[in-house]
Structure formats: structure tokens, C-alpha cells
Design a protein around this ligand. Structure first.
Ligand code: KIV
Ligand code: ZN
Length: 524
């Protein structure tokens, strides 16, 4: 074990996908898994197979496909999550068994509050369960077993050591110390890691000591850094920091902290930094989860300098106000713009540079077709346009509703002398796109977007509450595509949708349908 090389365990597809609005289809998950592999993560936590058939199938698809592609590419470990229960470990095994680099991640809570109220188990019972279930996983054939003590940062130290000792003695090869509720403070968490390293000698060379930090106090990255300085050898992260509640340590923040302050922290990772920004963009375009503009590293504002004093400094020397060169993370100025004369080769080469791989061949051809259509209406096709095309291809939910036709018309409201009502007519297709056409009209709406949403509701019979609605131009120029990202609340669950078009009303309808289709056809 090279203790100066921090192993990156990515849980975008498990802890990340657990967060509201981040549910992905199997196809989207596979796309992200490929992007994570190309980014250079060492471990991909692909999901929680016992929790549903969709989860099981999603993990299996990733394990199977990445195994098939492993002769062309260095492959990461594929991990499935399991509670300390036999049937969970069996499901994790079945979902990953075709992969040579399979691993299981088994967890049980160890803090007094979790043991008493959630598990209703005594510490002795928890200890016995750990012993039994880690041995079970070992006998099942897992070589790589990660054990997590959920809520470790609020657990009693001596008990934690006893639990970890038991897990290691029975076959655990990685021990994870989650700050499950984001409660720890950096110096305190670093001290905990340092003390664990002293108490358990295997952490020096045989067993990975991992950290998993939540961001409830905005300290997830600071805690991960403090842990690494004190001896942690694996860090669990997600792209854009998505995850339960306030999220997890963001992969891009952690990697760039190590890199930017290598004068202080002599640790590296296997991450290809040039793919940090493209990978973040892929996740945004696939899930519709848009980070804040000031989100470190990947936010829209973080390389924009507004004040005169800052602009003056930047002109004289970029390092006056920039500690990271945007090109290092793939926010490059290499604006090789594609256009109507670009062929398949140029298109494919540009996608590869952005870390995008579209498979199988028919999908790539479909993407090229969409690109050609766009290039016919729009002179210059930028990187962001390509991410949108990718999103359209991968977001497609084949059994769902899609927009065939729409029109908006205005009618004078005869009950009022000034008001003009907007009405909409839509035609939707369901299923294989050759299926039935459903037609509806809304007689009035509060503007054209509201009118078209009402008409869609008449057909789908889904009545959501619109929680968020964002329209953005995808690239510059008056011929730019508009991209709509929205969140709908349906029966207490949040669904994100996205849609694009040079017509913003059409983009809105597509986004609305995308979220409704996730509700109707993508079960968690
Ligand atoms: O936050 C947490 O404790 C988890 C565990 C399953 C590792 O996500
Ligand atoms: Zn977590």
C-alpha cells in the first residue's frame, strides 16, 4: 500500500443518488460509471442492490459492462452496499459476481443513539453481528470487504476500536469512519483518525483507513483533508458533492485541495484532473441537479472576476486572484468549435476530449444525427451543446411520454377588459414512439409555460407541484439552445427534469415530461 497515494472511493451512484432529485435510470448510471472510470477513481460504489430491483439491475449492469470493457481500460473496483444482514450480502454478491474487481461495503451503526433508538441492539449484539457478517462475506468469496461504522464520529472511541478490530480479524480489508451527520470539526476528526491509526497497526500497511464526510456544517472537505493529514488512506467522495441532505465531500474539491496545497500535504491521487470539469458537467446534464454558481471548482462564477480591482490584478498576473488554473481541470480555452462541416471523426474526437463515451454504435450515430440537425440550425456547436445532446440521448425513458406536437394560442378573457389568456394544445406519444397519440388542450394558463404544463397534466393525470424552474442559454449567441431544468414534487418525492430546444416553450414541456416520466417509469 502506497500511503502517499490516496485511494478515491466514489459514491455518486449510491450516497449521491440517494439524495432528492438525483434518481437516475440504469443507462444514466452506466454513463456516469464510465465517466468515473475514465476520470481515474479507484472504487465506484454502484448502489444498494437489496433495496430494489432497479438498484440491483443498475449495479449489475455497471459490474457486467465495466468488466467487458476492462481489457481496453484500467478498471476500478465495483462496490455494492449491504447492511450487516445475510440477504443484503447475497444481493451484493449476485449483482457484482461477474466482475473480477468486485467488492462489498457492509455497514452497521455504532453510536449510542443509533444503537439504542434505530437498531435497538446492545453494543455486544452489534459486535457479534459484525463478526458474523464479515465472516459471512469472506466465506461467500469477497476478497475486498469494506466495513463502515455508521455514525462513527459520535461513537465511543474504545467501542469503535473493538468493532474495527473484530471486522479486521474476520476479513475486512478497508475500514471506514463515517461522519454520517456532518457533526465533526476538522481538528477533532483528524485527531480521531490519528488515534485510530495508533490503536490499530494494520492501518499502516495492510488495511485501508477510509473517511466519509457529510457536509451538514459545510465542513466535509475540511474534515477529509484533516483526516488525510492524520493518516487516512482512502476518501469517499461524490461528484459535485451530491449526497444525503447537504451532501458529501466533493471529489473535485478534495482533489484540487491536495493538488493546490501540495506544499503542505504530500499526497496524490490517480485522478485525471483535466476531466474534473467535464465529468461534473455530465452529471449536471444527466440529473438536472444544478450546483450553486459559487460552488467551489466547478461553479459558474468561480473563474469570473467582477470588481475593477480584481480585474486589474488579473490582467497583471492571473495568480493575484486565481489559485487554480481553469485549464488544469478541463475548463479550457481550447474552443475547437464544431459546425455543419464537422464529420463523425471530429465529433467523436471532441466527445473523447470531454470524457464522453457514447455506446453502443447506434447511440453514437443517433447522437451524431442530433448534432448534425443542430449544426444545421446553429452555426457553431459548443461543448455545452454536446453535453445537452448527450443528456437527450441518455435521458430518454423509452416507455415514457414524449412531445410530438405543441402550439400556443392567445384568447381574450371576456370577463376582463385587459386580460389575454394563453392556451396550449399538445400531442404526446407514449412508449415506442409509434404508439398511441394522446391529445389535450388547456383552455387557459398563467402564461404559455403554465398552459402547456396544464395540457400535459390532462394526459398524464400526474399533478405535480413545480418547485424549481431554471431556463438557461446553453451557449452564447441569439441562436443558442435553451435548456430548462426543473424540479417537480409528486407525492412527497422530488423529480428533476431537463429538456432543450431552440424554442423555450418546447424545452419546458420536454423537461416537465422528463420529470413526470421519472416518476411514472423509474422506480428507486
Ligand atoms: O453516511 C454514512 O454513514 C453512510 C454509510 C453507509 C457509510 O453513507
Ligand atoms: Zn453517507
Amino acid at each position: 500500500m502506497d500511503t502517499n497515494k490516496i485511494r478515491i472511493f466514489d459514491t455518486t451512484l449510491r450516497d449521491g443518488e440517494q439524495s432528492p432529485g438525483a434518481a437516475m435510470t440504469a443507462e444514466q448510471k452506466l454513463q456516469i460509471a464510465r465517466a468515473l472510470r475514465d476520470l481515474g477513481v479507484d472504487v465506484i460504489e454502484a448502489g444498494f442492490p437489496i433495496s430494489s430491483k432497479i438498484q440491483f439491475d443498475g449495479v449489475k449492469e455497471i459490474a457486467d459492462v465495466l468488466q467487458k470493457e476492462s481489457n481496453q481500460k484500467e478498471s476500478p473496483y465495483i462496490v455494492a452496499l449491504a447492511r450487516c444482514v445475510e440477504k443484503d450480502i447475497d444481493a451484493a454478491y449476485d449483482a457484482t459476481k461477474n466482475n473480477d474487481k468486485k467488492a462489498v461495503h457492509i455497514f452497521i451503526a455504532t453510536s449510542p443513539i443509533h444503537m439504542e433508538y434505530k437498531l435497538k441492539k446492545t453494543p455486544e449484539e452489534v459486535l457479534a453481528t459484525v463478526k458474523k457478517m464479515i465472516s459471512y462475506a469472506k466465506n461467500k468469496g469477497f476478497e475486498h470487504i469494506e466495513f463502515s461504522a455508521e455514525d462513527a464520529s459520535r461513537s465511543e472511541f474504545d467501542f469503535l476500536v473493538e468493532v474495527f478490530r473484530t471486522a479486521i480479524d474476520n476479513g475486512a480489508t478497508t475500514i471506514n469512519v463515517p461522519d454520517t451527520v456532518g457533526y465533526a470539526i476538522p481538528h477533532e476528526y483528524g485527531e480521531l483518525i490519528g488515534k485510530l491509526k495508533k490503536a490499530i497497526p494494520e492501518f499502516n500497511d495492510k488495511v485501508y483507513l477510509s473517511v466519509h464526510c457529510h457536509n451538514d456544517l459545510g465542513l466535509a472537505n475540511a474534515n477529509a483533508i484533516s483526516a488525510v493529514v492524520n493518516g487516512a488512506t482512502q476518501v469517499e467522495v461524490t461528484i459535485n458533492g451530491i449526497g444525503e441532505r447537504a451532501g458529501n465531500t466533493a471529489l473535485e474539491e478534495f482533489v484540487m485541495s491536495l493538488d493546490t496545497r501540495k506544499d503542505l500535504i504530500n499526497k496524490t491521487t490517480n485522478i485525471n484532473k483535466k476531466l474534473l470539469y467535464p465529468t461534473s458537467k455530465q452529471l449536471i446534464h444527466l440529473t438536472g441537479l444544478v450546483p450553486a454558481r459559487n460552488k467551489p471548482i466547478i461553479g459558474e462564477n468561480v473563474f469570473i472576476h467582477e470588481s475593477g480591482i480584481h480585474q486589474d490584478g488579473m490582467i497583471k498576473n492571473r495568480q493575484t486572484y486565481e489559485i487554480i488554473n481553469p485549464e488544469m481541470i478541463g475548463r479550457d480555452s481550447d474552443t475547437l468549435v464544431l459546425g455543419r462541416h464537422s464529420g463523425m471523426n471530429g465529433f467523436k474526437t471532441r466527445l473523447e476530449k470531454l470524457g464522453i463515451k457514447i455506446e453502443p454504435k447506434e447511440k453514437l450515430e443517433e447522437a451524431f444525427q442530433k448534432f448534425s440537425e443542430l449544426a444545421d440550425t446553429k452555426k457553431e456547436v459548443y461543448d455545452d451543446d454536446l453535453f445537452v445532446i448527450l443528456g437527450d440521448i441518455v435521458n430518454d425513458i423509452p416507455e415514457g411520454y414524449s412531445l410530438k406536437y405543441h402550439s400556443i394560442f392567445s384568447e381574450k378573457d371576456f370577463t376582463s377588459t385587459e386580460k389575454v389568456n394563453q392556451s396550449a394544445r399538445v400531442e404526446l406519444i407514449k412508449g415506442n414512439k409509434k404508439g398511441n397519440v394522446y391529445e389535450a388542450a388547456s383552455s387557459s394558463g398563467d402564461g404559455p409555460v403554465d398552459a402547456i404544463f396544464k395540457a400535459i397534466t390532462k394526459i398524464t393525470k400526474v399533478e405535480p407541484v413545480l418547485k424549481e424552474y431554471i431556463v438557461q442559454a446553453v451557449s452564447s449567441g441569439t441562436d443558442a439552445q435553451g435548456e430548462v431544468k426543473l424540479s417537480l414534487e409528486i407525492k412527497g418525492e422530488v423529480y428533476n427534469g431537463r429538456g432543450s430546444s431552440t424554442d423555450v416553450i418546447e424545452a419546458s414541456a420536454k423537461a416537465y415530461l422528463n420529470a413526470i416520466n421519472k416518476h411514472l417509469f423509474v422506480k428507486k
